[in-house]
Design a protein around this ligand. Structure first.
Ligand code: AMP
Length: 193
């Protein structure tokens, strides 16, 4: 694994615990010599994770759409800031550049990015590890809902298991680096059944 994409809030959240989590995540990525790929903004947890990786001597590659460059304040200190035309290009580019994906606390933009990359994994478009950094139990209610989705037959247990969850950046990255994808994709399985 050479690069990790982090999806996270363009807001910092109301509790300082989220910023602390973002700092720890960015520092741990840099410490392992991994490149951080993210949305390129200087605001919220996005800016915090990027600064932590840069401060720890890491490389950071941001991907920001033209239209958001002012709103999310394109980070000027990055190793590379790539400006793209659309939100869709941004996500596709982040996916292409990254060997694994982590969602930290954030809002609907973060959720959208997590769910899109997860559905691509479910369809077998990629076989890269996905994870949630569950800072201060932020993702506990989502885990409950996802378990219910599985129990109700809308999500297969093996697809539910594709998303690893941990509270510690180091443990999370250890698990991602050891990840071996299970080749059980949604439609392939159905066709074989
Ligand atoms: P949020 O979690 O809502 O603070 O947003 C986090 C990041 O997701 C920000 O960089 C947003 O610009 C980005 N984002 C929001 N919606 C989308 C989308 N539909 N496609 C790509 N990125 C998005």
């Amino acid at each position: 694994m050479r690069s990790i994409c982090v999806f996270c809030g363009s807001n910092p959240g109301n509790d300082a615990v989220y910023a602390a989590g973002a700092r720890a995540m960015g520092a741990e990525i840099a410490k392992r010599g991994l490149t951080l790929v993210y949305g390129g903004g200087a605001v919220g947890l996005m800016g915090i994770v990027a600064n932590a990786a840069l401060d720890a001597g890491g490389e950071v590659h941001g991907v920001i759409p033209k239209a958001l460059r002012e709103k999310e304040i394109g980070h000027i200190g990055l190793t590379r800031l790539e400006v793209v035309d659309t939100m869709h290009t941004r996500k596709a580019r982040m996916a292409e550049l990254s060997d694994g994906f982590i969602a930290m606390p954030g809002g609907i933009g973060t959720f959208e990015e997590l769910f899109e990359i997860w559905t691509w994994g479910q369809l077998g478009i990629h076989a890269k590890p996905l994870a949630l950094l569950n800072v201060a139990g932020f993702y506990d209610p989502l885990a409950v809902f996802l378990d219910r989705t599985t129990e109700e037959g809308f999500l297969k247990p093996n697809h539910r298991a594709m998303v690893m969850t941990d509270t510690e950046p180091a443990t999370l990255l250890d698990r991602m680096q050891a990840y071996v994808p299970a080749a059980t994709y949604k439609w392939i399985e159905k066709e074989q059944a």
